[in-house]
Ligand binder design. Structure first.
Ligand code: NAI
Length: 464
């Protein structure tokens, strides 16, 4: 039986060629192979990975394997898989379950599959993006232990399929979830939304193993979330619509790291950008970066492009969409699709233009272009962030996996951030590729500012 679910194994050669190119842009991951390859510190680790199955992720997977890990992989979004990347990984014999455009039912079956090792033994490490793989095990185990009120009443289509998959596994393999949970030494989490879920679990006493918050390494959120979106947001809008952006009015909801990159992306394309925020600090930053800060209601009838970046829910609501002008473009780059009330559009007339692009007719007769059904559009309509920035993110992932796998017993059941010297190391690994010449501190200078010449160069509270 083939231990994978992919679109077309015939795409493997094409995937391999792109992986070869990506490796030349991912110096951090290649340095990890060089530094740790011989020692194989991940030997014995059985990693269940749930993270967009892209070309860059293929380089991450092959790095984890080069360091000794066994890996099973699924995408963390139904639209984000690059089928040639999945094919190239499957062709090497690594089990991967990811098809661009898979159904929600398949999505949860595939999430289950990353925990189904051929020898029946459990997973011992999770590498997560958004927290779905972690939640699958933790919610399943709590239900198995008799807790009620967790999976009885779904509040969205997503939850409907999530709960159904838990019920299927509970019926098929009694005791399975608790056995998995018990064997897991730790989770490393990629993104803001997944990290929020982990902190909430920890606060409620529901986190049964240590977690490393990869997102809040400086070399992750201040680079991937910001510079990554700066390149990939406009890429997604262009591939989806070919719309002329110069001169158009675009609204970016949220001015955190992703919002900053997104607003810069649209400004770079010549759009006139407005921002909405709920946090006075981020609103002030947006204003002083030269963006007009508005309430969404001020601009719903006049803007051309609407992008959510908040990680929050119900940000663009049906009453906003009803107000929009004909052919307004609406999309989300935050982790989940509930930033836009897509469910409220279900009864309207949808015309599919091409995969991940729909035109929806509003009661007024105005049409709206919705990207990736409200799921993160840089991965749904384009290919996500470029390799170079993902190298920084994924080098943090590799270091976090090594840390928890080899020293997990030193950690409590809490959420941790990698120490600053590792953050600086990740950055350092990416300097040569850009020809950066770093200035070295003299010992007198180092002593004067209270650091050592080799770093760390900043206190933990420094914000960059
Ligand atoms: P963040 O916390 O830095 O920024 C979110 C911002 O939205 C905050 O400043 C917050 O005040 C604001 N906000 C919250 N509710 C709002 C509302 N109702 N209206 C306007 N503003 C609101 O988070 P970050 O790192 O920017 O991530 C945002 C989302 O993007 C998360 O879901 C994250 O997982 C996801 N993400 C997506 C990536 C992609 O490639 N598509 C890459 C990295 C993160």
């Amino acid at each position: 039986m083939t231990d994978h679910a992919i679109a077309d194994i015939g795409l493997a050669d094409y995937g391999r060629k792109e992986i070869d190119i990506a490796e030349t842009e991912m110096p951090g991951l290649m340095a990890c192979r060089e530094e740790f390859g011989e020692r194989r510190p991940l030997s014995g680790a059985r990693i269940s990975g749930s993270l967009h199955m892209t070309i860059q992720t293929a380089v991450l997977i092959e790095t984890l394997k080069a360091l000794g890990a066994d890996v099973r992989w699924a995408s963390c979004n139904i639209f984000s898989t690059q089928d040639h990347a999945a094919a190239a990984i499957a062709a090497t014999g690594t089990p991967v379950f990811a098809i661009k455009g898979e159904s929600l039912e398949d999505y949860w079956t595939y999430t289950d599959q990353i925990f189904q090792w051929p020898d029946g033994q459990p997973t011992n490490m999770i590498l997560d993006d958004g927290g779905d793989a972690t939640m699958y095990i933790l919610i399943g185990a709590r239900v198995e232990e008799g807790e009620t009120g967790l999976i009885e009443t779904p509040t969205s289509e997503e939850e409907e399929y999530f709960f159904a998959q838990i019920k299927r596994r509970l019926a098929a393999s009694p005791g399975w979830f608790t056995r998995q949970r018990h064997a897991i030494r730790g989770v490393t989490e990629e993104t803001t939304t997944g990290v929020n879920r982990l902190y909430q679990l920890m606060e409620k006493g529901h986190l049964p193993f240590p977690a490393i918050n990869v997102n809040d390494s400086v070399t992750k959120s201040k680079f991937d979330n910001k510079y990554g979106c700066k390149e990939s947001l406009v890429d997604g809008i262009r591939r989806a619509t070919d719309v002329m952006m110069a001169g158009k009015t675009a609204v970016v909801c949220g001015y955190g790291d992703v919002g900053k990159g997104s607003a810069a992306s649209l400004r770079g394309a010549g759009a006139r950008v407005k921002v909405t925020e709920i946090d006075p600090i981020c609103a002030l930053q947006a204003a002083m970066d030269g963006f007009e800060v508005v309430q969404l209601e001020d601009v719903t009838a006049t803007a051309d492009i609407f992008i959510t970046t908040t990680g929050n829910k119900d940000v663009i609501r049906i009453e906003h969409m009803r107000e929009m002008k004909d052919m307004a473009i609406v999309g989300n780059i935050g982790h989940f699709d509930n930033e836009i009330q897509v469910a409220a559009l279900k009864n309207l007339k949808w015309t599919n233009i091409k995969p991940q692009v729909d035109m929806i007719e509003m009661p007024s007769g105005n049409r709206m272009i919705l990207l990736s059904e409200g799921r993160l559009l840089n991965l749904g309509n384009a290919t996500g962030h470029p390799s170079f920035v993902m190298s920084a993110s994924f080098t943090n992932q590799v270091l976090a996996q090594i840390e928890l796998w080899t020293k997990g017993d030193r950690y409590g059941n809490e959420v941790y951030i990698l120490p600053k010297h590792l953050d600086e190391k990740v950055a350092r690994l990416h300097l040569a590729k850009l020809g950066v010449r770093l200035t070295e501190l003299s010992s007198e200078q180092a002593a004067y500012i209270g650091v050592t010449p080799a770093g760390p160069f900043k206190p933990d509270h420094y914000r960059y």
